[in-house]
Design a protein around this ligand. Structure first.
Ligand code: 5GP
Length: 195
């Protein structure tokens, strides 16, 4: 998606550890017009799919997922929680996810009532690196017998293997921008486009 690529080039900052910081439009301050365009693009990319629920993971997937829902008939957005708060029931789907940015394990949870076998789910997240977050969300859908219609990612770091692993499993994965390489020393970011 050209608009997103241009914004990444303008405002993205390459940090050590292969981390791209996009906190002035996606991860801290949100550019809601850009998010709206991204939501519209997800709709175009998954235009053939019947989707009645969007699933994401807290926290940075929530913003884009809620904006995207506008283009999927304002369907509900469910976000997997990374901490089990006292007001959650024990009736949960849960799995373990390694966090890329925090380098720690999280148990992610969704209340069983919010993900069911009648759901046709689009999974959305801000970044795809090694694929642990998306694999965790797929596992929650598997536990719930929910049908995963596709996975939409804003920024895929193509030089890490999450995308390759998911596509090998025939997951219908669509990324709005795929980074082929990025260089911490001079800040260069190169994109790739899949056929
Ligand atoms: P994965 O689970 O695919 O290894 O990593 C994806 C998760 O880690 C995303 O939910 C995202 O929050 C975070 N993440 C991975 N790489 C980056 C990055 O380069 N920049 C930012 N801001 N978050 C990232």
């Amino acid at each position: 998606m050209h608009l997103l690529e241009e914004r990444i080039k303008k405002d993205g900052r390459v940090l050590s550890g292969n981390v791209l910081k996009v906190d002035n439009f996606l991860n801290h301050q949100c550019d809601t017009l850009l998010q709206d365009k991204m939501g519209e693009e997800f709709r175009r990319l998954f235009s053939g799919k019947q989707i009645n629920k969007i699933l994401t993971i807290e926290s940075s997937g929530i913003g884009i997922a809620c904006v995207a829902a506008r283009f999927f008939n304002f369907c509900p957005v469910v976000f997997a929680k990374k901490t089990k708060t006292s007001n959650m029931s024990d009736n949960l789907y849960q799995t373990n996810v390694h966090s890329y940015t925090h380098n720690m394990e999280n148990i992610i949870s969704v209340e069983k009532g919010f993900l069911t076998e009648s759901d046709n789910v689009l999974i959305i997240d801000d970044f795809l690196a090694n694929g642990c977050a998306i694999e965790g969300l797929l596992e929650l859908c598997r536990q719930a017998n929910a049908k995963v219609q596709g996975v939409g990612v804003c920024i895929e770091k193509g030089f890490q293997d999450g995308g390759k692993k998911l596509r090998a499993k025939h997951v219908d994965l669509k990324s709005l921008a795929i980074i082929k390489s990025m260089d911490e020393t001079n800040g260069t970011i190169v994109f790739e486009h899949l056929n």
